[in-house]
Design a protein around this ligand. Structure first.
Ligand code: NAG
Ligand code: NAG
Ligand code: NAG
Length: 219
C-alpha cells in the first residue's frame, strides 16, 4: 500500500531540512578581528564583508568585544581576516600564531615600521592596502605542503608552535610599498637561531634545532 502523498511531502521536507543543515554546517564561517579605538572586536562571518567597513561587519557578522589577552590565542582554524591600523596591534594579534589562510587589511594611512611577524603554517596570504594605495587586493600562495591532511583539516593547528615546520616572516613595512608582494623560501633550514642570527627572538623562543624548517620571507 502506497503511503498517502502528504507523508511523501513530509519526508521530502525532512530530507530537505537535513540536507540544508548539512550544507550550513559544511560552510564554515570565517573569523574577522578588527581593532578600533583601543577595542578589539572578534567576529564570526558567514559572508565576506567589504574591508574596513566596521559598521557593516557589526551588522552582518556575529561580533563581540574581547579583552586583549583573550585574543592572544596561538592558532586559528579556517580563514582569518584582520583589519588593523598599526603594527603593534597587528603584532599582538598575530605574532607567533598558527594560521593557514590569512587576509590582512590595513585600514589607515599610517606608515608602518619594519618589524617582522612570525607566522606558522601559512599557506595563503591576501593583502589589502586600499586605505593607503588604490590597489587591488594581492594574493600570495606561500606553500601548499601537506601540513594538514587532505581534507584541509589543519592537524598542525592542534599541536602548537613547537612543532611548526613552515615559518613565515612578514615584514610589516610591505604595507607601505606600492610594489607587489614578494616572497622567497629557504628549505631544509636546520636551525633557525643559527641560520638567522638577526632574528634574535628565536633565542628567547626555544625551538627544537634538529629538525628542518621551510622558512619564507614575505616583503
Ligand atoms: C556564522 O556567522 C553568522 C553571521 O554572519 C552568525 O549569525 C552565526 O552565528 C555564525 N555561526 C557560527 C557557528 O559562528
Ligand atoms: C614579533 O615578536 C618578536 C619577538 O618578540 C618581536 O621582535 C617583533 O617585533 C614582533 N613583531 C611585531 C610586528 O610586533
Ligand atoms: C631532537 O633532539 C632532541 C633533544 O636533543 C631529542 O630528544 C629528539 O629525539 C631529537 N629528534 C630527532 C627527530 O632527532
Amino acid at each position: 500500500m502506497a503511503p498517502p502523498p502528504g507523508h511523501c511531502l513530509l519526508l521530502l521536507c525532512a530530507l530537505g531540512t537535513f540536507a540544508l543543515n548539512r550544507f550550513a554546517r559544511g560552510q564554515k564561517n570565517s573569523t574577522l578581528i578588527f581593532t578600533r579605538e583601543n577595542t578589539i572586536r572578534s567576529c564570526s562571518c558567514s559572508a565576506d564583508v567589504r574591508d574596513c567597513d566596521y559598521s557593516l561587519a557589526n551588522l552582518m557578522c556575529s561580533c563581540k568585544t574581547v579583552l586583549p589577552f583573550a585574543v592572544e590565542q596561538t592558532s586559528y582554524n579556517g580563514r582569518l581576516t584582520i583589519w588593523f591600523t598599526d603594527t603593534s596591534a597587528l603584532g599582538r594579534l598575530l605574532n607567533f600564531t598558527l594560521v593557514q589562510d590569512l587576509k590582512l587589511s590595513l585600514c589607515s594611512t599610517n606608515t608602518l615600521p619594519t618589524e617582522y611577524l612570525a607566522i606558522c603554517g601559512l599557506k595563503r596570504l591576501r593583502i589589502n592596502t586600499e586605505a593607503k594605495h588604490p590597489f587591488p587586493e594581492q594574493s600570495l600562495l606561500v606553500h601548499s605542503g601537506a601540513d594538514g591532511d587532505s581534507k584541509g583539516k589543519p592537524r598542525l593547528l592542534h599541536k602548537g608552535w613547537q612543532t611548526c615546520m613552515y615559518i613565515s616572516f612578514l615584514d610589516t613595512a610591505l604595507f607601505n610599498r606600492d610594489s607587489s608582494l614578494r616572497s622567497y623560501s629557504i628549505e631544509n633550514v636546520a636551525s633557525i637561531a643559527h641560520n638567522f642570527p638577526d632574528f634574535s627572538y628565536f633565542k628567547t623562543f626555544p625551538m627544537p634545532s634538529n629538525k628542518s624548517y621551510v622558512v619564507t620571507f614575505i616583503y
